[in-house]
Design a protein around this ligand. Structure first.
Ligand SMILES: Nc1nc2c(c(=O)[nH]1)N[C@H]1C(S)=C(S)[C@@H](COP(=O)(O)O)O[C@H]1N2
Ligand SMILES: [Mo]
Length: 210
């Protein structure tokens, strides 16, 4: 599985040397691409009736579980950010433009977290998960994104909602998000269980677990 993905990406590699002004934005072992590769396990979900069949559930270490319909989620205030993204398969893309709800801001619209809420497990369609410590999710560039480059996410990039955590390898940025679970203990997500590094910092090349 990993090999298939990696070969596919290597074939798409551009050979342009990064210019000096962008070089410092390229983490070690990465190359720049202008494309927007699509990578995921499984198939792209097909939605027939999002208004009725989709919700975003929030549960775990929170005073009361809650949920949002798509209309309720779209009504939340959004932020636009322009940021660089880095995939563990070695492509990086600069100046990507996203719009969505800051994770930090979402906390104002859900019941109080319990003091023991220290980690989050994101749940997606088809059982995909990714995990992060709560304190990292409070950074200003962490979004629950529903737009890319000014328009709704395309189905293959996570429509209607994905996580965006630009400071980590892109596998943490879970597409087709349906659930946010607050946890007292860290729980490994999908790729983390398959041997990817739990911290996933591209600047430290935290690609695979030791
Ligand atoms: N639900 C879900 N989200 C996912 C994945 C997945 O398999 N399922 N793959 C991750 C990986 S490995 C990467 S690199 C990015 C790719 O996002 P993109 O297809 O928008 O480039 O999505 C991440 N989010
Ligand atoms: Mo990835």
């Amino acid at each position: 599985m990993f090999h298939v993905l990696r070969e596919k990406l290597d074939n798409e590699k551009t050979n342009d040397e990064p210019s000096t002004d962008t070089q410092h934005r390229l983490p070690p072992g990465q190359y720049l691409t202008d494309k927007f590769p699509v990578l995921h396990y499984g198939s792209v979900p097909a939605y027939e009736d999002l208004e009725n069949a989709w919700d975003l559930r929030v549960w775990g270490e929170i005073e009361q579980p809650t949920q949002f319909s798509l209309a309720e989620f779209y009504a939340l205030p959004t932020t636009e950010i322009i940021t660089d993204i880095h995939c563990v398969t070695r492509w990086s893309k600069l100046n990507t433009r996203w719009e969505g709800v800051k994770f930090k801001d979402l906390l104002d619209y859900i019941p109080q977290l319990k003091p023991e809420a220290n980690f989050v497990l994101f749940h997606c369609e088809q059982g995909f998960t990714s995990n992060l410590p709560l304190n990292l999710l409070l950074e200003n560039d962490v979004l629950l994104a529903h737009k890319y480059d000014g328009i709704d996410l395309t189905p293959d990039h996570g429509y209607p909602l994905r996580l965006l955590v630009p400071g980590k390898y892109f596998w943490k940025s879970a597409k087709w998000l349906r659930g946010i679970e607050f946890l007292s203990q860290d729980t490994l997500g999908f790729w983390e269980r398959y041997g990817y590094h739990n911290h996933a910092d591209p600047w430290k090349e935290e690609r695979y677990a030791e």
